[in-house]
Write a protein that binds this ligand. Structure first.
Ligand SMILES: N[C@@H](CCC(=O)N[C@@H](CS)C(=O)NCC(=O)O)C(=O)O
Length: 246
């Protein structure tokens, strides 16, 4: 099984944590989506990561990939069993992927980390302040109202919805914003429990290498961190702007 995408993406991180949790082997092509080649555009028409390739099957979108993995490899499930809880899990995952993803990636991580490095574009401080002082705290208030007081969202075992919330907030943390435990105590404790899980903690071991390293040496550094890096890559040397920003 091949996963295309840099593990610094929250959506890739979610899938890698699930693969670790399920004990499934994978190869990784750790490209940043902006560096995808023409072949990548065919695999991922929105030019987004992650993409899963399993034999001749190509699956896009982390939610769809997670459900595929849960159905194809049902040992250690990441979705709860009952229709009611599955619906709740899917909604929290969707909220995390879309709203937290928007705020943490497009609102913080992209302008503070990606744009200055890849496109040499400095962040707009007013736009950043709107996210850190208003929009993200408001979103966290909703998360806090739904955060578990012990264990995870649907019991003692972590699931895809827990991971979906933790992953974009990890990007916010890399960009310098973490939830204040005084205002969001349940969320802060829950995130700490997730971060302590081996399936998730392993994804954090990939970060220093990736964040400190230029794209051309990313493969070698990840291999040194124990990741099986794919022989061929869907990456290229010239960045292209996101189709979201055209
Ligand atoms: N809903 C998608 C979102 C994937 C996504 O937006 N990935 C980002 C990386 S964090 C990406 O590839 N962005 C490139 C772009 O939008 O141009 C999923 O869950 O996989």
């Amino acid at each position: 099984m091949l996963i295309v995408g840099s593990p610094v993406s929250p959506y890739v991180r979610k899938i890698l944590a699930i693969l670790h949790l399920k004990g499934l082997d994978y190869e990784l092509d750790p490209i940043t989506p902006f560096y995808g080649n023409d072949e990548f555009s065919k695999l991922s028409p929105l030019r987004r990561i992650p993409v899963l390739i399993d034999g001749d099957l190509v699956v896009n979108d982390s939610t769809v990939i997670a459900e595929y993995l849960d159905e194809a490899y049902p040992d250690v499930p990441v979705l709860p069993k009952s229709p009611r809880e599955r619906a709740q899990s899917r909604w929290i995952e969707e909220y995390a992927d879309s709203r937290l993803g928007d705020l943490c990636i497009w609102g913080l991580f992209y302008p503070k980390i990606v744009a200055p490095h890849v496109f040499k574009r400095p962040p707009d401080e007013d736009a950043l302040a709107k996210v850190t002082d208003g929009d993200l705290p408001e979103a966290l208030d909703w998360i806090e109202a739904h955060a578990p007081t012990a264990g995870f969202l649907f019991g003692d075992a972590v699931g895809v919805a827990d991971l979906a919330v933790a992953c974009p907030l990890r990007n916010a943390a890399i960009a310098g914003w973490t939830p204040d435990p005084a205002r969001w105590p349940k969320t802060a404790a829950w995130l700490a429990r997730i971060a302590a899980l081996p399936c998730y903690a392993r994804t954090m071991t990939f970060e220093p290498a990736i964040l400190a390293t230029r794209a051309d040496s990313r493969r070698a550094v990840l291999e040194a961190a124990g990741v099986q890096v794919a022989e061929t890559s869907f990456g290229t040397d010239t960045p292209r702007a996101s189709i979201m920003l055209r």
